[in-house]
Each structure stands twice: as structure tokens, then as C-alpha cells.
Design a protein around this ligand. Structure first.
Ligand code: NOJ
Ligand code: NOJ
Length: 432
């Protein structure tokens, strides 16, 4: 009887805020569950034909296997997506659900252990693998050194969860080898020119350096109890990298230049790139710079202005937030806005709002909540209206979806934006 009463009261507590939610918020929560399901559809997918070998833990970039062929495991995409699955694990309250999420990330560790053993053209900086764990060996922009950094940070986070739960032996055998290898690699190569996250420019990149700094910073603390010598080495490299990152700050224009010291690949005269915003979203906790840092805010504004003028869909519906692409000079699939970058702008402004709120500026926080929401309205307008799915891009002239369907990273970007919004609205509600 008592238990039934507790459950009844708990049900009421859940039901009340939902009853007050706006239509927009109802839609947000529906789309969040769609995003979760569609993201998980791309984890350990079923074989496509007899004899198709798909290792458990393969996290494909998209189910699309032609035009474009994204039926691969990119280390960057997979690490970002697995990180979101870990957040799903932490947020879930149902034990069976929690177990399922954790299992996916443990499977991804097994996948990583396999592909790390394979000889590949770029070693740990190899960007993508077949679902059977073999490296893709055709011509490609390699190495890409953001991947191992993102993976090291992911597995340190998982490692902490396992250690806290008393699974030390499992941790040493299956997770530690990945962390150690990735951290050693990052600490040895961070100063070398390599391909950016968009796989097009060889040089030095703010995004890559920030995720590397995050890995080295976390690594120097995490590794200390296991290997103090390695920790000391990581600290030295972290400090050197911190200085190098200063190179990206343009003091004349007071903004961040994404790619510098180019040695190969396309040119990007504008210096503008949404990757700069992704860099701070993918390194939360590093605190190298605040979300409301002037350089960053200026960069975000300049990026938005350039896309607002560039894409016809932005002038067709100026009431919606600006559809954001990768960078203005982009020609891939005609050069279009992307879901994951537009969602990143939503998340970015929610984080800026949270910062203002922490400093007591509630009005500013509400302004940034409204600003972030506009990007979500934009995304809502161009996603599939029947089933809530998101591809990689939306066409700049008419907003129809284009390129890889059901891009896993689009759903990951959706979820992290929705969680930041939740943090902001919950903190605002507490203050009321
Ligand atoms: C495929 C890459 O994944 C994409 O980022 C790039 O724009 C095109 N190749 C063109 O280089
Ligand atoms: C192309 C993007 O430019 C790159 O960042 C991504 O890793 C791959 N597509 C796979 O999604």
C-alpha cells in the first residue's frame, strides 16, 4: 500500500510540469525520444546482407551506404556519439535502460580494441573504419588527430564510472589500454599538422587542439594514480599546447581563427567555421574560456551573420533562427546548412544563458534562451515532418534534407542541445 502511494505521488510529480508544458516543449520531448531511438539504431546495426560482418560496438556515421557512403565508423563521430550514450546512462533512472546504455559503450570499447590492433596508414590518427573493424585504406585526409583525443576523454569518463562501481579489473584489462594508447599518441603528435574534423585542410585547427587539450588536461589527472611518470609528461605537453592555442586568437578582429598554418587542402579566407563553437561544446569542463568569452561571442556572431546572408532559406524565413553551415566557403553537396551545426548554435546560446544566470542576470539568461530556441525552430522546420528524422544537411535554397540520412551525429547534437536547454529552464524555474 505504502509503495503504491509513493509511486502514485511520484507519478503526480512527473505529470504536473508536463501539464504546463507548452506545445513547443511537448514537441521537444517527443523529438528527444525519437533522437534517442534513431541514434541507437546506428549502434551495432544488423548485417545488411548474408556474410556482412558487423562487429558489436560498431557505431556507424549513417545507414546511408551510397551517395554518400557513410556506412563506416569514424573515430570522431563514434566517440562523440558514445559520449552522448554515457550521458543517457547517467540520466536514466530505469536499471534495465541504464544497463543497455552502458553495454553499448562497453561494446564500442571492444570495437576500438580490435581496430587499434589493425595496421593502418595513419596509425591511431586513422579517421575511419569498416564495420568489421578493418581500416578504410583508400585515399583520404589523414591523419585526423581529434579522434584519439575525443576517444581518450570518452573512455576516461567510462573508466571513472567502472572504477567507482568496483570494476577495477575489467577497467585495467579492457579500457585502460585504449586510454593509455590514445593519450600517448595525442601527447606525441599534437604539434604536427593534421586534417581538420571536416577532413579537408591539413594544418592546425582550433577544434582539434581544444579536444586534445581537454584530453591532456583530464589525462594528467586521471593517469596520476596509475602512472605518475606518464601524468608528468602529459602535464608538460598540456602546458605547451595551451600556449599554442593562443595562436588562434586574432587580436585585431577579436575573434578566433579556426584553421592556421595550412600545409595542404582547401583554403578558407573567411577564417570562420562553426567548428570553433563545436570546440567549446565538446570540451565542457575544460574551462579554457567561458562560453560568453568575448572572442567566442564575436566569432559566433560573425559566423551567424555570414550564413544569414549566404543561404536563401535564411532570408525566406528570417523569423526562424539562422540555419548554420560548416563554413561559408563550403561546397560539399553544394554547400548547405547542417543540422548538427545549427543545433550547436542552439546549445551554445543555452550555455551562454546559463553563465549569465549563474552571475545573477536573469533577463540576459531569458534572452539567450529565446535566442537558442530560434535555432530549434529552424531545425524543426526542416526535419522530416512525419517521423522527426534528420539527415546531415538541409538545402540552402529550399531547406529540403540532403546528404547522409539519419546522421547519428545529428541526433547526438539534438540531445545535447535539449539537455542544455533543460538545465537552463530548470535553473530559471528555481529562481522564480
Ligand atoms: C568527404 C568528407 O567527409 C567531407 O567532410 C568533405 O567535405 C568531402 N569529402 C569533400 O572533401
Ligand atoms: C563528414 C564530416 O565532415 C566529418 O566531420 C564526419 O566525421 C563525417 N562526415 C562522418 O559523419
Amino acid at each position: 500500500m505504502i509503495i503504491r502511494r509513493i509511486l502514485f505521488i511520484a507519478a503526480l510529480c512527473v505529470a504536473i510540469p508536463a501539464a504546463h508544458a507548452t506545445e513547443f516543449e511537448d514537441w521537444l520531448s517527443r523529438e528527444s525520444s525519437i533522437a534517442r531511438t534513431k541514434l541507437l539504431n546506428n549502434v551495432s546495426p544488423a548485417p545488411r546482407y548474408p556474410g556482412d560482418v558487423v562487429l558489436k560496438g560498431a557505431i556507424i556515421a549513417s545507414p546511408s551506404d551510397h551517395d554518400p557512403d557513410y556506412y563506416f565508423v569514424w573515430t570522431r563521430d563514434a566517440a562523440l556519439v558514445a559520449n552522448v550514450i554515457l550521458s543517457m546512462y547517467e540520466r536514466a533512472t530505469d536499471v534495465a535502460e541504464k544497463r543497455e546504455y552502458l553495454k553499448h559503450v562497453l561494446d564500442y570499447a571492444e570495437f576500438s580494441l580490435v581496430n587499434m590492433k589493425r595496421a593502418s596508414p595513419a596509425g591511431p590518427g586513422e579517421p575511419k573504419f569498416h564495420v568489421n573493424g578493418e581500416p578504410f585504406t583508400g585515399p583520404w585526409g589523414r591523419p585526423q588527430n581529434d579522434g584519439p583525443a575525443l576517444r581518450a576523454s570518452l573512455f576516461m569518463r567510462l573508466g571513472q564510472i567502472l572504477l567507482d562501481a568496483g570494476y577495477a579489473q575489467y577497467f585495467y584489462q579492457r579500457i585502460w589500454p585504449i586510454i593509455e594508447s590514445d593519450l600517448r599518441y595525442v601527447s606525441e603528435v599534437w604539434a604536427n599538422a593534421n586534417f581538420d574534423l571536416w577532413e579537408e585542410i591539413k594544418g592546425d585547427h582550433f577544434y582539434t587542439r581544444m579536444v586534445q587539450l581537454h584530453a591532456l588536461q583530464k589525462g594528467s589527472e586521471f593517469v596520476e594514480p596509475f602512472n605518475p611518470g606518464l601524468a608528468a609528461w602529459l602535464k608538460i605537453q598540456r602546458d605547451l599546447l595551451t600556449v599554442s592555442i593562443e595562436e588562434h586568437f586574432n587580436l585585431d578582429e577579436m575573434r578566433i581563427i579556426e584553421n592556421i598554418n595550412r600545409v595542404e587542402g582547401i583554403t578558407k579566407p573567411s577564417g570562420l567555421d562553426a567548428a570553433t563553437i563545436l570546440a567549446v561544446l565538446h570540451t565542457k569542463g575544460l574551462q579554457r574560456l567561458a562560453f560568453s568569452d568575448e572572442f567566442l561571442m564575436n566569432s559566433a556572431e560573425a559566423i551567424e551573420r555570414s550564413f544569414a546572408a549566404l543561404y536563401p532559406i535564411n532570408s525566406h524565413r528570417p523569423d526562424l533562427g539562422t540555419a548554420i553551415g560548416r563554413y561559408p566557403e563550403d561546397h560539399y553537396y553544394g554547400g548547405n546548412p547542417w543540422f548538427l551545426t545549427t543545433l550547436a548554435f542552439a546549445e551554445y546560446y543555452f550555455e551562454v544563458g546559463l553563465e549569465h544566470l549563474k552571475q545573477g542576470r536573469e533577463d540576459r539568461a531569458r534572452e539567450f534562451l529565446a535566442k537558442g530556441d530560434k535555432f530549434l525552430y529552424r531545425v524543426r522546420t526542416h526535419m522530416d515532418q512525419r517521423n522527426g528524422s534528420m539527415s546531415e544537411q538541409m538545402r540552402r535554397d529550399n531547406g529540403y534534407m540532403v546528404s547522409a540520412r539519419d546522421l547519428t551525429w545529428s541526433y547526438a547534437a539534438w540531445l545535447t542541445a535539449a539537455w542544455s536547454r533543460e538545465n537552463l529552464t530548470a535553473s530559471l524555474a528555481v529562481r522564480k
